[in-house]
Design a protein around this ligand. Structure first.
Ligand code: NAD
Length: 501
């Protein structure tokens, strides 16, 4: 197995050019420096990774114009040609997966064991949508006795993609690949905390033969470049992944230009463990779904709802396991939890530890900082929480689990649905009828029964309530990036109403 020192040496080699020249924007196939810069620092030790070109309103305007100019030719390219380019992108992602994963770990603090897989998932996303590209325009034939109605789909135009910092590379491919497969051109504004792998993706796309202007990269702040993108008149739609309140802001910002929006937002997802469940497997899944990816995961099971009769023993086993989770350097293959992305985010998560105590829940594990440099937090567990506590209602977005007891199915359902969010739910029971009934009534866009989150790319991905608008995956992605057109052909001489005759 590759060790930490080898990973660090390889990473230093990959970063050398960014240390020297900074991370530049990429517009119309050209590197573009800004008038100003911002910095990206590693959450491991706060050291400077690179300076980053700060995109402004003018930079976004230039990128949007490039995307608009490139759109007609890209949209008109036959689907099998788009398919071939997207597969070449996937090939290059696979070839550079190690570099992508090393950079992602260092920029975000996510552990190598997960990021090495996430880089390859990025390639899979491109392959999946590459194969769908030739059929993206397909429609239906809807005949009546008088008319033949024929539908077809058309790419909506240049789109903006705005992504968060938690698993930035994988999430960017998840949005950009279907947009390109549909025939849209893209301006991508990655999160300011983690710009590194978005630059690698843009380079890879151009190396793979994506024409200039089809994918443009503009780094910058949410309130600067992000806002400008959402307000730009040439940008037809915004695909956004991030916090719910940012989604609201984007909706307001995009109102003037009537933007179509697709939102993948926050969650406070329940894992519900009934007394009849396979408790060993439920324990493994509950731990994995909140402490993997540093808990910085929209689909994390951040609320444990556990039935009274088994709660004490389940908690005892949980505490033992949580205390053994290995917190460490994200490039160390043994690490299970790395540092949180940034000081401000660390402070936010730490504030919920203080809040949980103040609200009267029991801090059963973790809650303390590890070391004096970097933003490492011991995996945290609160038991004895009430459903109305803020630690049971608000998204913390860290390795932070809130456990609540319930007595019966009705109470479990009421607690599970009693939050603003509705992204995922995880139900553990061996009672088939209960599983069917409960999952039918649970307010969530995605539910797994007796399973952790295992993605199947053709299935719809997205949330209800404050967790989002719209779905990704399979054909659902094309519904967002494309317009429907219906053409009705008269089949004969049907009667036309005659006015003034
Ligand atoms: P965020 O909302 O703070 O930022 C996301 C992106 O939006 C960044 O690129 C940021 O610069 C940009 N932005 C901020 N303000 C903006 C504005 N006014 N106009 C335009 N763009 C703006 O989110 P974050 O802290 O980076 O990410 C964490 C959040 O993302 C969590 O809430 C998490 O649940 C959510 N998330 C959801 C999913 C999902 O699929 N549902 C997946 C991953 C993350």
């Amino acid at each position: 197995m590759t060790d930490l020192a080898t990973h660090q040496a390889k990473l230093a080699g990959h970063l050398a050019r960014f240390r020297a020249g900074g991370i530049l924007n990429l517009i119309d196939g050209q590197d573009v420096a800004g008038e100003d810069w911002f910095e990206t620092r590693s959450p491991v030790d706060e050291s400077l990774i690179a300076r980053v070109a700060l995109g402004t309103v003018e930079t976004v305007d230039r990128a949007a114009k490039a995307a608009k100019t490139a759109f007609p030719a890209w949209a008109a390219l036959p689907g099998d040609k788009r398919k071939a380019i997207l597969h070449r992108i996937a090939d290059l992602i696979e070839a550079r997966a190690e570099e992508i994963a090393l950079c992602e770990c260092w920029d975000t603090g996510q552990a190598w064991r997960f990021m090495s897989k996430a880089a390859l998932r990025g390639a899979e996303n491109f392959r999946f949508f590459a194969d769908l590209a030739p059929g993206a325009r397909d429609g239906k034939s809807l005949p009546t006795p008088d008319h033949l109605n024929v539908t077809s789909r058309h790419p909506i135009g240049p789109v903006g993609v705005i992504t968060p910092w938690n698993t930035p590379f994988m999430l960017s491919t998840w949005k950009i690949a279907p947009a390109l497969a549909a025939g849209c051109t893209v301006v991508h504004k990655p999160a300011e905390f983690s710009p590194l792998t978005a630059r690698l993706l843009a380079e890879i796309c151009h190396e793979a033969g994506l024409p200039p202007g089809v994918l443009n990269l503009v780094n910058g702040m949410g309130e600067g470049a992000g806002r400008a993108l959402t307000e730009h008149p040439d940008i037809r739609a915004i695909a956004f992944v991030g916090e719910s309140r940012t989604g609201s802001a984007i909706m307001r910002q995009g109102a003037e230009t009537l933007k179509r929006v697709h939102f993948e937002l926050g969650g406070k997802n329940p894992v519900i463990v009934f007394e009849d469940a396979d408790l060993d497997r439920a324990l493994d899944a509950a731990i994995f779904m909140i402490y993997s990816l540093n808990g910085e995961r929209c689909t994390s099971s951040s609320r444990l709802l556990v039935q009274d009769s088994i709660a004490d023993s389940f908690h005892a086993r949980l505490v033992e396991r949580v205390n053994r989770i290995r917190v460490g350097h994200p490039l160390d293959p043994a690490t299970e939890v790395g540092p949180l992305i940034h000081e401000t985010h660390f402070d936010k998560v730490a504030s919920y530890v203080a809040l949980g105590r103040a609200e009267g829940a029991t801090l059963a594990a973790g809650g303390t900082r590890v070391g004096e440099t970097g933003w490492f937090l011991r995996p945290t567990l609160f038991t004895g929480a009430r459903p109305d506590m803020r630690i049971a209602q608000e998204e913390v977005f860290g390795p932070f689990l809130t456990s609540i007891r319930f007595k019966d199915e009705a109470e479990a359902l009421s607690i599970a649905n009693g939050v603003a969010y509705g992204l995922t739910g995880y139900v553990w029971t061996n009672d088939l009828t209960r599983a069917l009934r409960f999952s039918d009534r649970l307010e969530a866009g995605m539910i797994w029964v007796n399973s952790e989150n295992v993605r199947h790319l053709p299935t719809p991905f997205g949330g209800v309530k404050a967790s989002g608008i719209g779905r990704d995956g399979g054909d659902w992605s094309f519904e967002f990036y494309m317009e429907q057109k219906n053409v009705a052909f008269a089949l004969g001489s049907h009667r036309i109403p005659r006015l003034g005759a």
